[in-house]
Ligand binder design. Sequence first.
Ligand code: KIV
Ligand code: ZN
Length: 512
Amino acid sequence: MSDRVWIFDTTLRDGEQSPGYSMNLDEKLKMAEMLDQMGVDIIEAGFPAASRGDFEAVNKVAQQAKNAIIAGLCRALPKDIDAVIEAIKPARRRRIHSFLSTSPLHMKYKLQVEPERVLEMVKESVSYARQHCEDVEWSAEDATRSDHDFLCRAVEIAIKAGATTINIPDTVGYSVPEEYGRIISMLRNRVPNIDLAVLSTHCHNDLGLAVANSLAGIAAGARQIECTINGIGERAGNASMEEVVMSFRTRQDLLPFETAIKSELIMPASKLLSQITGFSVQPNKAIVGANAFAHESGIHQDGMLKNAATYEIMTPESVGRDRSDLVLGKHSGRNAFRTRLVALGLALSDDDLNAAFERFKDFADRKKKVSDDDLILIATSKDGLPEEHIRFVSLGVKSGSFGPQEAELELEIDGKRTKAKAGGKGPVDACFKAMRVLVPHDNAVLSNYELKALTSGSDAKGEVNIRLAELGHTYNGVGVDADVIVASCRAYIDALNRLLAGRHAVPTKKAN
Ligand code: KIV
Ligand code: ZN
């Protein structure tokens, strides 16, 4: 049996089906191009009978694809199958993917069809699809809650009717690895014509077991995995492609399987999807999360600096990430602190390093993450921490759809309170204009502004990250507040304090 595992990506179908993840045509084409480039074997581009938009997207992806097989999903209905046939026509390589439920629960309540009729429908739909396409996949929806004898009969009929791939979905994410592996083995042992088709896994993540179940399915003889970028998909999602691919790469001793995925494109694909959908992955998400290669504790950082293999089982470069992030924070040790300073071009004597390390610990106690800008100031300012020349005092804004938007900002600059009013294109712009009136910094430009919610819910705190660029230097600032406009001001002030510390002089508003 070959060790090659086919990667069937359903980001654009099962993934796109989940709430909030819908993508427009351009976005789907961009994502499909990335999937094709990264070596996905089969791209499930959509469900053509679902809507005009879905049809068009599958059709355009089919026109664009260079290497991947393009699949479209359909129910066991001639009109659905016809829509797929038409939509995938322009593709160089095509697949029809038809599905029908086989569990007692689905047959009785969802389909309201007798089991014997379901078997007839499998035969009719697969034969019809096969008359139009060489490559036909049939899925037994809710397979893992189906009666085994019935599932074996349905699979045998589908293969006899021409199915070349048989997919065994754990539709509701109910199975566990041992059981899922046993189902695959059971089908291989009991279905007489099983060798004529490739067995496929399609596992949902309701119990957080989608990847584990998929790997168990492969170990038991399946050779296709249906998965998505970042693990998106119905409810808790599908098996995540990056986790599956990197499990094979990392554990060849136990999982001696190969895929065609160019793993260096994993991170770019993850980022592209996040950028398109507006959903970032959680920081601790395996492989692609912000913390997946970050090390903060002193002991871990020390180990990493001596040999990265101490705390990393794969290199960040292998998944398209720049480098491991040694996040400096209050748990960091002296070795990591010194190494980062050297990387920033600051080689301190032992005495200076000791003093700077004390200042760093003090600073890190008050701030969650210590940035490179903070470090430069900590290391170079012998008197202590970066000075806060400017402090936020109060803010009033007029915003809303009636316009014009205005801000009245009060700051304390070197101990003196001062106020200014300004208008702008929106309340944030108005605030930043008021900031420029109070603290002139004409040569500095705002080169980045990012706002994100720290938690979910309408009462979430907003975190704003800002970057000011002046004369070839950049100064980052971060601000957090329940009011996102106040968070924006705090971030701007933070960046401005760094900029002013860099200049060592505080320009103030000229007297009128
Ligand atoms: O989860 C599922 O059962 C599916 C099928 C349509 C393949 O997505
Ligand atoms: Zn699914």
